[in-house]
Design a protein around this ligand. Structure first.
Ligand code: RIB
Ligand code: CA
Length: 315
């Protein structure tokens, strides 16, 4: 039975790859996409989601516009990482499709409450929409089937500040609400995503297939690789969001620990930092399962195979 997924996302180069992976994977039915601020504005992430779905011939997937700003902090976007339009050097046509009229958090509540125990929520951007939905309808916590979150850096340095990962840094207050909500969370932090580097060799393998999909992947990830090289000296790019999506149907790619995880919402230098109480000094019940080990090439082979399959079907 395929998993019914709602994806909350800020496309975003790696977000776009996660959308393509979901469309290419028979283990998943992508019920809907909710856009959020993050890599670029919500106006732009909404447009990008629609454009990616058109590229993938998947315009049957509805897109719902989400929140434009973090709950408390000022907006923080990342044009240096994803480009001003959010898709690197890729130029996709203006989308012909439009977002749905319902608001993102309203759609999320409606779907989870009308299909108790059936919806898998995948979050690969700042958690603003999820926090809003929890405050609006707390019962989604026990009615959602499971929640996969790309975010945080546990023992790994941050990628936005010295300590903080982008998604939890942009909206730490939303992350705090979600992390302590009681939702059944699996967290995919930078600790594992930074071991999953998409390289030029991986891209050249995809470019053996002449398709708008492979051209998009090349044009978007070229920008992303330049960022990783310039800022972090990495030869390739960490494809954080597709790894998170893959774990929904191939959890064996990673090894997990049940941990007590928190996010710093104090006003100091640690704002947005995520940390685990590995020795559980406070004797608390673990609030999430955290992917702390990964088999990178198992994931990359899956990703490449699915992209090849998708690209062959789209000329
Ligand atoms: O820190 C990486 C995360 O922040 C990814 O989801 C990327 O798309 C950005 O949203
Ligand atoms: Ca993202």
């Amino acid at each position: 039975m395929p998993k019914h997924i709602i994806l909350d996302t800020d496309p975003g180069i790696d977000d776009s790859l996660a959308i393509l992976l979901a469309i290419a994977s028979p283990e998943i039915v992508l019920d809907g996409i909710i856009s959020v601020h993050g890599n670029v504005s919500t106006e732009q992430t909404t447009k990008n989601a629609l454009s990616i779905l058109e590229l993938a011939k998947a315009t049957h997937v509805p897109v719902y516009k989400g929140c434009d700003l973090p709950l408390v902090k000022e907006s923080l976007l990342s044009p240096e990482t994803h480009g001003n339009q959010g898709l690197g050097y890729a130029q996709l046509p203006e989308p012909a499709t439009k977002p749905q009229s319902a608001y993102g958090s309203d759609y999320l509540i409606e779907e989870i409450m009308s299909k108790p125990g059936e919806i898998t929520l995948v979050c690969v951007g700042p958690l603003t929409n999820i926090a809003l939905a929890i405050r609006q309808e707390p019962r989604i916590v026990e009615n959602v089937k499971e929640v996969f979150i790309m975010g945080g850096a546990i023992q790994q340095p941050g990628n936005t500040t010295a300590q903080a990962e982008f998604n939890t840094c942009v909206d730490p207050h939303a992350a705090h609400i979600v992390f302590h909500s009681g939702m059944p969370i699996t967290l995919t932090p930078l600790d594992v995503t930074y071991q999953c580097i998409f390289t030029k060799d991986d891209l050249n393998r995809l470019l053996k297939i002449d398709s708008p999909v492979t051209k998009f992947i090349a044009d978007s990830t070229r920008f992303y690789m330049e960022f990783h090289d310039e800022y972090q000296g990495i030869a390739g790019c960490a494809i954080n969001d597709p790894l998170t999506m893959a774990l929904t149907f191939m959890p064996g790619i990673c090894d997990y620990q049940n941990l007590v995880v928190d996010v710093d919402i104090s006003s100091g230098v640690g704002l947005g930092n995520t940390f685990a109480d590995f020795y559980n000094y406070e004797k608390k019940k673990p609030n999430m399962k955290v992917a702390m080990g990964v088999r990178p090439r198992v994931f990359m082979e899956l990703f490449l195979e699915r992209m090849e399959k998708l690209a062959r079907g789209i000329s």
